[in-house]
Design a protein. Structure first.
Length: 323
C-alpha cells in the first residue's frame, strides 16, 4: 500500500539515482542496467510507493496495456503462454488483456479495431496451431507466438518441434529400442508433419497419420502391432494415452514389452495415462516470456525481425523408464 506523502523523489533518493532514472526504472523504459532497475524497485517496495497509472499514462502517451490475441478458445496453449507473458509484463506494471477470436476473422478484426482505438501498447498473437498465419495490419508493435507470421520481417517465436521429436527417438535408442513405430495426427498439420519428418529421418520408417485423439491412438495400435515394434512414438499425448490403453487391453506391458512416448507434456493426458507418459514439453511459458520481452523491446523502439525457434524439453516418465 502506498504510504501518504511518498513521492518519486523519495524513491530516487533512497536508491541513489535521479528522479528521472527512478521513473524510467519503474516504468521499464530507458537504457538502464538491470541492477539499477532492481535497486529502484527495492527502494519503492521499502517505501510502499506505487506509481500512479493514470499519471504515468498521461505523461508517457502509453496505456501500459498489452493484448494477447488468440484463436485458442480452450486455453490449452494460450493460458500457459499468457502466464509467461504476464511474468515479464508485470515486472514493468503492464496489464495483459486476453482477446479470444474463436478462430473467427470478423471477430479478430473487431478486436483489432477496438485495441487500436484504446491505444494498447502492443499485441502478442497466438493460437492453437503452428501453421504460419497472415500478419495483422495495425499501427502497433506485434509479436507472434507459437505460429509464425507469414511476413519474414515480423517478430515470431516458435517451438523447435523437429528437435523435440528427434529427442524422443534418441531416448528410445538409448534404452535399446530399435523397432520404433510412429503414430501422429493429420498430415496437413504442420506440427504433425514436422514431428513425423524428424522421426522418419532417424528411423527411415513411414509414420501413420490420423487424428489428435485417444480413439485414433487405440485404432492405430492394432495396425502398428503388425510391425512387431518394441516402442511406439506418438505425435501427441492424447494419441499416446490411447496407445497405452489399447496395449493394456491386448495384454502388452508398457514399457516392458513396448515403450511409448507422447508429445506436448499436457498434464491432463500425460500424468493421467497408465503409466504416466514420457513426453516432450513445449515450454510454452518460456515462449510467452520471450515473446513479451521482444514486444517490450519493440515498444521501446528496438524491434526484432525474423523467426526465433526455442528448444523443447524431454520429460521422462514410467511409459519408457518403468517403475
Amino acid at each position: 500500500m502506498k504510504r501518504p506523502g511518498v513521492r518519486m523523489v523519495d524513491v530516487a533518493a533512497l536508491a541513489g539515482v535521479s528522479a528521472g532514472t527512478a521513473s524510467k526504472a519503474l516504468s521499464n523504459t530507458g537504457q538502464l542496467s538491470q541492477e539499477t532497475r532492481d535497486r529502484v524497485r527495492r527502494a519503492a517496495a521499502t517505501l510502499g510507493f506505487t506509481p500512479d497509472a493514470r499519471g504515468r499514462a498521461l505523461s508517457s502517451g502509453r496505456t501500459y496495456t498489452v493484448a494477447l490475441l488468440t484463436t485458442d478458445s480452450s486455453g490449452r496453449f494460450s493460458i500457459p503462454i499468457m502466464r509467461g507473458v504476464e511474468d515479464v509484463l508485470s515486472a514493468g506494471e503492464l496489464a495483459t488483456v486476453l482477446c479470444d477470436t474463436r478462430d473467427d476473422p470478423l471477430r479478430e478484426q473487431t478486436y483489432l479495431r477496438s485495441l487500436v482505438a484504446r491505444g494498447v501498447d502492443g499485441i502478442v498473437v497466438t493460437g492453437r496451431r503452428t501453421e504460419p498465419r497472415a500478419r495483422i495490419d495495425v499501427p502497433l508493435p506485434v509479436v507472434y507466438a507459437l505460429a509464425a507470421s507469414t511476413d519474414p520481417t515480423d517478430a515470431s517465436v516458435i517451438v523447435d518441434d523437429a528437435a523435440g521429436a528427434a529427442a524422443t527417438i534418441a531416448h528410445l535408442h538409448g534404452l535399446g529400442r530399435t523397432r520404433i513405430a510412429h503414430i501422429t495426427g493429420p498430415a496437413h498439420h504442420r506440427s504433425a508433419a514436422e514431428r513425423a519428418e524428424a522421426v522418419a529421418a532417424a528411423l527411415c520408417t513411414e509414420p501413420l497419420y490420423g487424428d489428435w485423439s485417444e480413439r485414433w491412438g487405440r485404432q492405430a495400435t492394432d495396425l502398428v502391432l503388425r510391425q512387431n515394434p518394441d516402442a511406439i512414438s506418438c505425435g501427441s499425448d492424447q494419441i499416446a494415452r490411447g496407445v497405452c490403453d489399447r496395449l493394456r487391453e491386448l495384454g502388452h506391458s508398457v514399457p516392458e514389452d513396448i515403450a511409448v512416448t507422447g508429445y506436448d507434456n499436457w498434464p491432463v493426458m500425460a500424468l493421467a495415462s497408465r503409466p504416466p507418459l514420457t513426453s516432450v514439453d513445449l515450454r510454452l511459458e518460456d515462449l510467452g516470456r520471450r515473446a513479451a520481452t521482444l514486444l517490450l523491446e519493440a515498444i521501446a523502439g528496438k524491434p526484432h525481425h525474423g523467426v526465433l525457434e526455442l528448444p523443447t524439453q524431454l520429460i521422462t516418465r514410467e511409459s519408457t523408464l518403468g517403475t
